[in-house]
Ligand binder design. Structure first.
Ligand SMILES: [Fe+2]
Ligand SMILES: [Fe+2]
Length: 337
């Protein structure tokens, strides 16, 4: 989701006999649910895959601020401005925890930024869609943060300690984000006919991009199987998408909105059997692959905004470095005095 297309490093899952003694001991610790910490031995593939996953997640938090910060000044009341501002600041905090977690694996923050700014690193496809109305801000909180919770709650049990711990705090904040979005939608659903139309229009545009957030079906993927064996990934993309639909459809009904899917139907027979979840239409995966590879409605704008912020912040970074050098120069003199 926030890390939708993480290529797993490694050559597929090895049997216990194929593993080196170190690899076997590592896998046994993972199987016993113990946490791996930064200085401990880990397979190179585990390290690389985690760097990819955590940095993709961090980039998503940072780029994810853009479609919403755009609305801070246009939020309808002072209270809504304050709430939205707090949420956008939380997302910056999420990005920072996650960059820190990735740094413990041996990549520098500069390298991660370089990968983002050059377009080599991915971030969640959802943030390449525009937020056109105030109802879009409600829908983003409701669906996008809702999907984030769905994906991130299980990651609190992920095998890498710094990532799992970052997720605990992030999940608490995501719950607030989801509630504030749903609250905006409740107000609009109770509002005028024009407000209800805006709410429906936002759901129509964001429903399928929200389903794409979980990534394509990974049932047969070797990469996913390895990531799941390492407990970097806890649930399958399809499993999470199903949970999300099952949770969200009753919320849409409560709001009096229609999920834009003719095929949507509860799948249970008269004995209460069946899959016990909704059948639903898949999103357009061609659109997903186009957006994730840089060809969505706002990719150029989002990346452009990040690059501009980086370039305009150069004087500040230089100032910090100059100050640090000055402090370091002074220290021997102070020690001698
Ligand atoms: Fe977040
Ligand atoms: Fe959030």
């Amino acid at each position: 989701m926030y890390a939708q297309m993480v290529k797993t490093d490694g050559t597929g899952i090895k049997s216990s006999e194929q593993m080196t003694p170190e690899e076997r001991a590592f896998q046994e610790r993972i199987d016993a649910d113990s946490r791996i910490e930064p200085k401990e031995w880990m397979p190179a593939g585990y390290r690389k895959t985690l760097i990819r996953q955590i940095s993709q997640h961090a980039h998503s938090e940072i780029v994810g601020q853009l479609p919403e910060s755009n609305w801070v000044t246009r939020a309808p009341t002072l209270e809504r401005k304050a709430i939205l501002l707090a949420k956008v600041q939380d997302e910056a905090g999420h990005g920072l925890y996650l960059y820190c977690a990735a740094e413990t694996l041996g990549i520098s923050r500069d390298e991660m930024f370089e990968q983002l700014h050059s377009g080599r690193a991915k971030y969640s496809s959802i943030f390449n869609y525009p937020t056109l109305s105030w109802a879009d801000i409600g829908t983003v909180g409701w669906l996008v943060d809702g999907a984030a919770i769905m994906n991130q709650v299980p990651l609190q049990r992920t095998s890498y300690g710094p990532y799992a711990r970052a997720m605990v705090r992030i999940c608490k904040e995501e719950s607030f984000h989801q509630r504030q979005g749903f609250h905006i939608m409740m107000q609009m659903a109770k509002g005028t006919e024009a407000q209800r139309r805006m709410a429906q229009d936002a759901l129509d545009r964001f429903w399928y991009p929200a389903l794409m957030m979980f990534g394509p079906s990974d049932a047969d993927s070797v990469h996913s199987a390895q990531s799941m064996a390492w407990k970097i990934k806890i649930d399958t993309n399809d499993g999470l998408r199903q949970k999300f639909v099952d949770q969200t459809v009753p919320q849409a009904e409560y709001l009096g909105l229609t999920v834009p899917d003719d095929k949507l139907a509860w799948n249970a027979d008269k004995f209460g059997e069946g899959k016990g979840g909704y059948d639903f239409s898949e999103p357009d995966w061609d659109e997903f692959f186009a957006v994730i590879s840089g060809d969505g409605p706002c990719n150029a704008e989002r990346l452009g905004a990040r690059v501009k912020a980086w370039e305009e912040g150069a004087w500040y970074r230089e100032g910090l470095m100059a100050n640090a050098a000055k402090q370091a120069d002074r220290q021997p003199a102070q020690a001698a005095a």
